[in-house]
Design a protein. Structure first.
Length: 333
């Protein structure tokens, strides 16, 4: 049985890797103007051709950003569901995305800051503050609060911060003009500079999440069980908060708020290979970018000028969330 299970997991990983590779190639090839694969290969080798500007200042940055953002959103979703022990936890639902969004909107609309460094820094600060506030409020009334308390705290914080973001942008028309495309959630960028700047932060968050995978297997069993197994729950919680800050804050600063990836990927990986957090995270590193790339490619062909990727993920994710809520509690736990 163990060999069969290992073989099944290996086959799933291989197929997921091949599908991700195909999505990466398709993201470079497909769009309003199709590009021959030979032109892409020549451009990547440093040979200039008529498609090189479109590849280097459109398709390649967009594809790499979708790859990194998918990694960040998928792993942060697994971290969130593990430490809250709630299958409906998601960075968007718990207000973590809203914290990053509010910090960016406030820094641009009130402080007048600009530039990628300032925006990413603001998003990191907003993410950490929102995540900390959610967990503090969710654990005020008990040493081992029910996971629903954290979700309710996150929903409340999300509502407040979203309202504040709307108020700032409506009262500041210039900030609204600068932020309206960012607020829509998109991976459509024209240069590699933001990706190169943010990639060390994102990759650090990815490595930290993978390091936490093994102790998270104890954390999901509950605080007391984790302590009995020698896992320091508070230490793991703080490390998870740091990982989520790096992952969510940086990706949100680059793409704007993109929802539902962090909700769907943990359920998909859990359904495919079981509850082991290590296997789930490694598979999420393949499936989350695949899902985001597929949503971006699909969005390019919807309507005349395409649709932002956040809209496509919402169209996919909303029915999934409704299905999860309507499932019996025994299934979703």
């Amino acid at each position: 049985m163990a060999r069969q299970s290992a073989g099944r997991c290996g086959a799933i990983w291989v197929w997921a890797a091949l599908a991700l590779l195909a999505a990466l190639v398709a993201s470079l090839l497909l769009g309003a103007r199709p590009i021959p694969i030979s032109a892409i290969w020549q451009t990547l080798l440093g040979e200039s051709n008529e498609y090189s500007p479109l590849i280097l200042h459109g398709r390649l940055p967009r594809t790499l950003l979708a790859l990194l953002a998918g990694l960040a959103l998928g792993l942060s979703g697994i971290l969130m569901q593990a430490i809250t022990r709630n299958p409906l936890a998601d960075p968007g639902i718990l207000g973590i995305n809203a914290g990053a969004s509010f910090a960016v909107v406030a820094s641009v609309g009130i402080l007048g800051l600009s530039g990628q460094v300032a925006i990413i820094t603001a998003a990191l600060v907003g993410t950490f503050c929102a995540a900390s506030l959610v967990f503090v409020l969710g654990n005020l009334r008990a040493v081992a609060a029910h996971p629903a308390h954290i979700v309710l705290a996150g929903v409340a914080i999300n509502a407040v911060l979203t309202g504040l973001c709307s108020a700032i942008t409506l009262l500041n028309p210039s900030a609204f003009d600068r932020l309206r495309f960012w607020n829509a959630g998109s991976v459509d960028i024209m240069t590699l500079t933001p990706v190169l700047y943010a990639s060390p932060l994102l990759l650090t968050g990815v490595l930290l999440a993978l390091v936490l995978a093994s102790p998270l297997n104890a954390v999901v069993l509950g605080r007391h069980t984790a302590a009995a197994l020698g896992v320091r729950h508070q230490h793991i919680l703080l490390m998870a908060l740091l990982a989520m800050t790096l992952l969510i804050g940086t990706s949100t600063a680059l793409t704007g708020p993109i929802g539902f990836i962090g909700l769907m990927i943990p359920h998909l990986t859990r359904w495919l290979i079981g509850q082991d957090q290590r296997r789930m995270m490694f598979l999420a590193c393949l499936l989350a970018p695949l899902l985001l790339l597929a949503a971006d490619i699909l969005g390019r062909f919807m309507l005349t000028n395409g649709i932002r990727v956040a809209v496509v993920t919402a169209l996919i994710g909303a029915p999934v969330m409704i299905y999860l809520i309507r499932r019996p509690t025994s299934e979703s736990s």
